[in-house]
Design a protein around this ligand. Structure first.
Ligand code: CUA
Length: 165
């Protein structure tokens, strides 16, 4: 009878621990499931903010349903760019000299780079993430955007042109 009672206690203890474990993981899942949107909007600090997108649904997700350049103010533009193996959409883009360009970039497949040599623009285009960065093109000329993250066989040739006229 003593052994039987001890087993009952241990089974009860095991069940209680299981319940605690399930409760904790449930709370954790709830917290992580609810928080990302909030924590990301609070990360907006001026030039570099990040939000989430579903890489397979870019065609129906604004602003990536219409990649391209649009004027948003006096000498101010937003360039919505999708990086893909192995190029950028759109390519090329053309802006007037002095244009302040807000890049809004994501990748539709794997991690790519987005580097404009000679400027401070250098970030990763990550599937699922939106990366924003602003640059003012004060001198005319052709600027290259280069992929500096190895992304496959076409990596070396992956580039786009920004014509500043
Ligand atoms: Cu894309 Cu390297």
């Amino acid at each position: 009878m003593h052994v039987h009672r001890l087993e009952k206690i241990w089974i009860g203890f095991g069940l209680a621990m299981l319940l605690v474990f399930l409760l904790l993981t449930g709370v954790a899942a709830f917290a992580f499931g609810v928080n990302p949107a909030n924590s990301h909007s609070s990360h907006e600090h001026g030039e570099h903010q990040v939000t989430k997108v579903v890489p397979t649904q870019l065609k129906t997700t604004a602003p990536f349903d219409m990649p391209g350049l649009r004027q948003i103010g006096e000498g101010e533009y937003e360039a919505v760019v999708i990086a893909l193996a192995f190029g950028y959409n759109p390519d090329p883009i053309e802006v007037p000299r002095g244009a302040k360009v807000h890049f809004t970039v994501t990748s539709q497949d794997v991690v790519h780079g987005f580097e404009i040599p000679g400027t401070n623009v250098n970030f990763m285009a990550v599937p699922g993430e939106v990366t924003r960065m602003t640059h003012t093109f004060s001198e005319a000329g052709d600027y290259l955007v280069l992929c500096n993250e190895y992304c496959g066989t076409g990596h070396e040739a992956m580039k786009m042109t920004i014509k500043v006229v």
